[in-house]
Design a protein around this ligand. Structure first.
Ligand SMILES: NC(=O)c1ccc[n+]([C@@H]2O[C@H](COP(=O)([O-])OP(=O)(O)OC[C@H]3O[C@@H](n4cnc5c(N)ncnc54)[C@H](O)[C@@H]3O)[C@@H](O)[C@H]2O)c1
Length: 334
């Protein structure tokens, strides 16, 4: 099987791709390499923007996976116009082109952020979504754009992931557990902005497994699936990170608890992904922290801007290399 992964050089892609290669599939990545290239040498590379892909570029692939876009709230809020172009228009455009090229399946990296602020209820995929912030709205629009194309000849699977964490070759330190881990080790202190807020967390390894399950699912399966390793309050996550670092690294960690209002609060049911895709998470906060401790030497240059999407994005914007590949950006800027 031959797969094309858009945005495959990112945090999730660099954990997922070695697992896909291990299974004997062939993988090409189309990416703008905003955060560098940590891909295995066997990966085929197309260094270009999604919007520059033609039907002939997409011909010959059985499946296309979308992992691109502006992948957090600070990036989305920094540039709402780019957020909606990269997160809502790009996945729909790519799915449309893939379908024209005869691709059989399209897998979309959605997010549980589409659920917005909920009142301590467990949300499954049939529940209404109501985010009112740019990232959540654009991820939902991207999802709607691609799901509309599903039919008997074109399977579309949307994976609504919780917030990912854990070590990946393209490391991010702007994700909940990874940020707490960095602050604990570097500063001896974890700041909790609101301990009562609920978040589904997914280990990056479980996230990669969810994509493998989607790639290998029966070809008549399409649909939207919540995927997470577990639901936790932010306060509980901080307690677990603190306790494990104290026990294993032998460093005392202080907690600084604040009570700042958040726009996101949700917990999700993952039974549908278990029943339909056979996705069963293997990780929790403990194994994520263990993974970070074991790989710490690879990212202990804590302030490297490449580990923080918004810092890397600012740097790219200064160089204009984010904007130049997209002629349409000039219009969107006005
Ligand atoms: N990381 C999470 O916690 C999380 C949770 C839920 C959903 N998601 C979604 O999963 C996907 C992957 O997340 P990630 O953390 O790996 O992201 P990431 O920011 O690490 O990587 C995104 C990659 O996409 C590339 N890219 C962006 N726009 C592009 C374009 N127009 N053309 C070509 N390449 C482009 C970038 O160069 C980068 O390599 C994103 O769509 C994100 O919204 C992530």
């Amino acid at each position: 099987m031959k797969l094309l992964i858009a945005g495959g050089a990112g945090y999730l892609g660099t954990t997922l791709i070695p697992k896909i290669l291990e299974r004997g599939y062939s993988v090409d990545v189309v990416d703008l390499f905003w955060f560098g290239n940590k891909l295995p040498a066997e990966t085929g590379i197309l260094n270009k923007d999604i919007f520059d892909l033609t039907v002939s570029d997409l011909t010959g692939y059985q499946q296309v996976i979308f992992l691109a876009g502006l992948s957090n709230d600070p990036m989305a809020e920094y540039s709402p116009s780019k957020n909606f172009i990269f997160n809502a228009a790009a996945p729909a455009f790519l799915a449309y082109m893939a379908k024209k090229a005869g691709v059989r399946r399209y897998i979309y990296a959605s997010s549980c952020s589409v659920y917005g602020y909920t009142e301590n209820e467990l949300y499954d995929e049939s529940r209404p979504v109501s985010s009112n912030y740019p990232y959540g709205i654009s991820k939902l629009q991207g999802e709607q754009g691609v799901m509309n194309l599903a039919d008997g000849a074109f399977s579309v699977i949307s994976l609504r992931k919780g917030t990912a964490s854990g070590y990946s070759p393209r490391m991010r330190l702007d994700l909940i557990i990874n940020t707490m881990f960095k602050c604990a080790i570097r500063d001896g202190e974890i700041t909790v902005n609101n301990p009562s807020i609920w978040r589904p967390i997914i280990s990056v390894v479980d996230a990669a497994s969810a994509y493998i399950r989607a790639i290998e699912a029966n070809e008549n399966i399409s649909g939207i699936f919540n995927v997470a390793s577990g639901n936790y309050t932010v306060g509980e996550v901080a307690d677990r990170v603190k306790t494990q670092i104290e026990q294993q690294v032998g460093k005392r960690i202080k907690l600084r608890i604040k009570h700042i209002q958040d726009v996101r609060n949700y917990k999700v049911a993952i039974e549908k992904a278990g029943n339909v895709l056979s996705f069963h998470p293997q990780h929790d906060v403990g194994t994520i922290v263990q993974d970070l401790i074991e790989n710490m030497d690879k990212f202990s240059d804590w302030d490297n801007p490449l580990y923080y999407n918004i810092l890397a994005f600012h740097g790219l914007e200064e160089k204009k290399s984010v904007l130049e590949p997209l002629g349409i950006m000039a219009a969107a800027e006005k």
